[in-house]
Design a binder for this molecule. Structure first.
Ligand SMILES: Nc1ncnc2c1ncn2[C@@H]1O[C@H](COP(=O)(O)OP(=O)(O)OP(=O)(O)O)[C@@H](O)[C@H]1O
Length: 238
């Protein structure tokens, strides 16, 4: 149960691991509903590992974390799909199936997350595609779409279950600057409608342009612009 004033993400005294290697230590932060937060840091500094821990792909071994009302410590495997239903995940590891239409890609996720009523599924599918500006793409195969359009479908898929937060790992990477601006604006629109966003990015231009809160992975720690200064000059180094 999520109460309206509870943070969507709350992490305290946590360490983030890859196997037995500590990637980040003393991690403490909260993300409120409606917040837009950038996650930055050099390659290999731990951004993806942190995001993966938040959606229980990596176990939380030390510290405490609650995400969308689910306690991550010792979360049972059978409960992980329920947690993920509350999250929208936009990650390189979650590509579209190349051999299925856009609609089939979305239906697949809906079936996997418990949708059964075909009429409701169809109307939600149309709704999310329209929301990302791709109302006419339902019958297309992924390869018939541009890179930016495919990314919009991935975002539409992440929105199917009206997530409390979107976790995005470099969602504007590998796209032309103009296309990536469009994708970023889409995230902003989603955020304005009430979904929190945690976005890992290397895109310095975005950081310069938008003064959203920044979490920065640096030397095994997570720095937070809410509690300390993260000068833009230090962001160049990422
Ligand atoms: N599957 C894995 N098994 C073991 N170690 C891993 C694994 N994935 C990542 N690591 C290690 O964990 C550390 C953090 O990697 P992570 O991918 O979280 O960094 P990142 O900040 O997301 O990097 P990038 O900006 O390149 O995506 C790195 O030292 C990396 O080598």
């Amino acid at each position: 149960m999520i109460f309206s004033n509870e943070p969507i993400v709350s992490v305290s005294n946590a360490s983030i691991f890859q196997g037995i290697n500590t990637i980040l230590r003393d991690v403490n932060f909260e993300i409120e509903k409606d917040e837009f937060v950038f996650l930055i840091g050099r390659t290999g500094s731990g951004k993806s590992s942190l995001l993966k821990t938040l959606y229980a792909d990596l176990p939380l071994i030390m510290g405490e974390a609650v995400v969308a009302g689910y306690r991550l410590n010792g979360i049972k495997t059978k409960n992980i799909p329920f947690l993920r239903r509350k999250l929208g995940i936009v990650f390189q590891d979650f590509q579209l199936f190349p051999d299925r239409t856009v609609a089939e890609n979305l239906y697949f996720v809906m079936r996997a997350t418990g949708w059964k009523d075909k009429t409701k599924m169809k109307s939600r599918m149309v709704e999310v595609l329209m929301g990302v500006g791709l109302g006419g793409a339902a019958t297309k195969m992924p390869h018939q779409l541009s890179g930016g359009e495919q990314q919009r479908v991935v975002i539409a898929r992440a929105l199917l279950n009206e997530p409390a937060i979107l976790l995005a790992d470099e969602p504007t990477g590998n796209l032309d600057p103009e296309v990536s601006d469009g994708i970023f604006r889409l995230f902003q629109d989603i955020n304005k409608k009430g979904t929190a966003i945690l976005m890992a990015t290397h895109n310095y231009e975005l950081l310069k342009k938008y003064s959203y809160r920044i979490l920065k992975c640096e030397n095994g720690l997570l720095l937070d612009s809410k509690t300390r200064d993260i000068p833009l000059s230090s962001i160049h180094d990422m």
